[in-house]
Design a protein. Structure first.
Length: 145
């Protein structure tokens, strides 16, 4: 979801040629699977274009290539750091780090004060996940501009 939301925001800002945006799994459970049907439904509802996306595993070389490596929750962050090692150290962030201070979505994490984005595969709440993802992506784009 975050990949497609960010691509849409960047395109609407006229900056698509300045960004390389991709998503990868930090675990192996969904490798090869397409985007969840609930995510596709929410993206359609919000008018955000998407394409078929086969989940692939994050690699150490990905961590070298990208300037920012964004996780949705603390489990993602731990996995990114394990996979990327030193290459990821100064690049990894939680998406909601970039959301405005006034943002009220998400839940507080027992691991820290930055909110995590709940996986709608478990919660079934694609509306809340979209709200969280949109706030984080919008804030990230504003910081990068």
């Amino acid at each position: 979801m975050a990949e497609f939301v960010m691509k849409d925001l960047v395109k609407k800002a006229g900056k698509a040629d300045s960004f390389l945006i991709s998503s990868s799994a930090t675990s192996r459970e969904e490798i090869g699977n397409d985007t969840h049907y609930g995510t596709k439904q929410k993206l359609r509802e919000m008018g955000i274009p998407f394409e078929r996306h086969a989940a692939s595993q994050l690699t150490r070389s990905d961590c070298c290539e990208y300037d920012y490596i964004i996780g949705m929750d603390y489990a993602n962050i731990r996995n990114i750091l394990r996979i990327g090692g030193e290459a990821a150290q100064d690049k990894v962030h939680l998406l909601l780090e970039f959301a405005p201070a006034s943002y009220k979505g998400g839940v507080s994490s027992m691991y820290g004060s930055i909110k995590e984005i709940d996986d709608p595969w478990y919660t079934g709440n694609f509306d809340q996940t979209f709200s969280d993802v949109f706030a984080g992506c919008k804030g990230l784009l504003e910081q990068l501009q």
